[in-house]
Design a protein around this ligand. Structure first.
Ligand SMILES: Cc1cc2nc3c(=O)[nH]c(=O)nc-3n(C[C@H](O)[C@H](O)[C@H](O)COP(=O)(O)OP(=O)(O)OC[C@H]3O[C@@H](n4cnc5c(N)ncnc54)[C@H](O)[C@@H]3O)c2cc1C
Length: 470
């Protein structure tokens, strides 16, 4: 949606954008995600370009799925005021080929027939290709295995009895699920199989409310930049420890996993107070054992659970295990770009925004953005992958600041620091403008070290070729 919205700012009213999505409506993964999901950041910064939310709720409100979907539709409507948009929902993108001065895209319509689109440019924005979680396939016939997407914790079949619930996974979906269960069924037995445990960033620290915005809190842009500033290519565990000590919150006895999710102190307190058992291990299977049920664990241990228990699959939506590496983010001609998992700007929303600006400014092939084979990296070390992506984001934002007009940043409604009053934001912008050139070499050394350490492709891309780095 960010790519489309930015494109709509450059095109004339008589020009056309064709939007292809296999879903039947706008909203991306939010269409399929569980119904009780809520935004984890204050809603104003979850948008396309600088489109304002029009529902009049206070800025700290965490929007529901329905509100997110309505807003993304609103973003599309705003883009359609400036340019013609052909909406091809229910269409599957299949392939593209560059021929002379055009890109020929092949899609499949809902009835299976092929659709051919001839375009000047192509933006492939399938993001992380997130798919809805399915219930875990378990051997036991005596447990109820569900997923948040197949059973609403608030009023789905799980509400019909008071059997114990075991939530599998302690990431954002796990926390949303625990919070929903504990809030709706006070006193019910709700347990957690937490894996290695995830820690979150304290939303109250990054987004203090009311007048406290003037003097307290840690600016999100400062916090994200500090993570990159501390990275030397080898010390991702130290960087994560710093983040945990500075602003970490977690519901489990220990927490090693970081994915930059946000949670409040009140939410964590409520989850801790209502949580029964927490098992720091990974579930392998549930097997019937005599009259009971045994959960087998990766460590070799086990947990006996009551027959009839519910098991809710909250393991990761972000599965990199069997994914092939991605091609470069820009084609040799500069006509096609891809906002994939490569994370050139950290989050895919920022990728959609900044890459599309570079595309229409005709700078996509000349600004040497740093990139890496992030899929291979996440397969080898999710923590090194995350810290590297945050470092790449800082490096690349600095390059955009040097090559794009100031309005690209001024009109970026995604900017998390907009939470703070102008003087604090200006101080942050000044810090970035003074420091980003000096930091560039440091970031590059850290990223080169990381790339060599894990043996993956890495380096700045110039004219669609990755520059040699060693
Ligand atoms: C449970 C969960 C909660 C999250 N909560 C937050 C949050 O609170 N705040 C936040 O900022 N981020 C959150 N995220 C991250 C979220 O993924 C991003 O916010 C954002 O939705 C990503 O947008 P995207 O357009 O890059 O990808 P997506 O939203 O995944 O959109 C990709 C689109 O591409 C389509 N597509 C894929 N392949 C094809 C094809 N071949 N043909 C046609 N269409 C195709 C898909 O149908 C989909 O509509 C959350 C993620 C998950 C899983």
């Amino acid at each position: 949606m960010n790519a489309l919205y930015v494109a709509s700012r450059y095109l004339r009213p008589d020009q056309r954008i064709v939007l292809v999505d296999r879903n039947d409506r706008p909203g991306g993964m939010w269409v399929e995600t569980y119904d009780y999901v809520r935004l984890h950041q204050p809603h104003p910064f979850f948008t396309a370009g600088n489109v304002k939310w029009d529902f009049g709720k206070p800025p700290e409100h965490l929007s529901s799925k329905t509100e997110v979907l309505d807003h993304l539709r609103h973003c599309l409507d705003e883009a359609e005021k400036a340019v013609q948009v052909t909406e091809l929902f229910g269409h599957e993108y299949q392939s593209s080929e560059e021929e002379n001065d055009v890109v020929v895209v092949t899609c499949r319509a809902p009835d299976g027939s092929p659709v051919r689109i001839v375009a000047d440019r192509l933006i492939d924005a399938v993001g992380f290709s997130i798919e809805a979680n399915q219930p875990l396939r378990l051997s036991s016939t005596r447990v109820r295995s569900v997923a948040p997407e197949t059973c609403d914790m608030r009023d789905g079949p799980i509400a019909a009895d008071d059997a114990p619930v075991w939530v599998i996974g302690s990431g954002k979906t796990g926390m949303d699920t625990l919070h929903a269960l504990i809030t709706h069924y006070p006193g019910r037995e709700v347990n957690l199989i937490a894996g290695t445990g995830t820690f979150f960033i304290n939303r109250d620290r990054l987004y203090p409310t009311g007048a406290r915005r003037w003097w307290s809190g840690a600016r999100p842009n400062w916090f994200l930049a500090e993570l990159a500033n501390r990275f030397d290519g080898t010390n991702e565990y130290d960087v994560a420890t710093w983040a945990r000590e500075k602003a970490g919150l977690w519901a489990t006895p220990t927490a090693a996993h970081l994915f930059i999710g946000l949670i409040s102190e009140a939410e964590i307190e409520r989850i801790r107070a209502g949580l029964g058992r927490t098992v720091m291990d990974h579930l392998l299977d549930a097997v019937d054992d005599g009259d009971g049920v045994r959960l087998t664990l990766r460590s070799g241990g086990h947990v006996d659970v009551e027959p009839g228990s519910w098991l809710v699959n909250c393991t990761s939506h972000f599965d990199f295990a069997d994914r092939p590496s991605e091609p470069p983010y820009v084609s040799a001609s500069g006509r096609s770009i891809r906002i994939g998992a490569t994370g050139l700007f950290g989050f895919s929303s920022f990728g959609g925004y900044f890459l599309t600006h570079l595309l229409f400014l005709d700078k996509i092939r000349t600004v040497p953005l740093y990139t890496t084979d992030s899929i291979a990296l996440f397969q080898k070390s999710p923590l090194a992958g995350l810290v590297s992506l945050l470092t790449i984001a800082q490096y690349n934002l600095g390059l955009v600041a040097d090559h794009a007009p100031a309005k690209v940043f001024q009109q970026c409604g995604l900017d998390f620091d907009r939470w703070y009053p102008l003087p604090r934001r200006f101080a942050g912008q000044l810090q970035f403008l003074i420091g980003h050139k000096r930091r560039r070499e440091q970031y590059r050394r850290a990223l080169d070290t990381m790339g060599e350490r894990f043996g993956i492709d890495h380096g700045p891309v110039i004219g669609a070729e990755m520059a040699p780095t060693s």
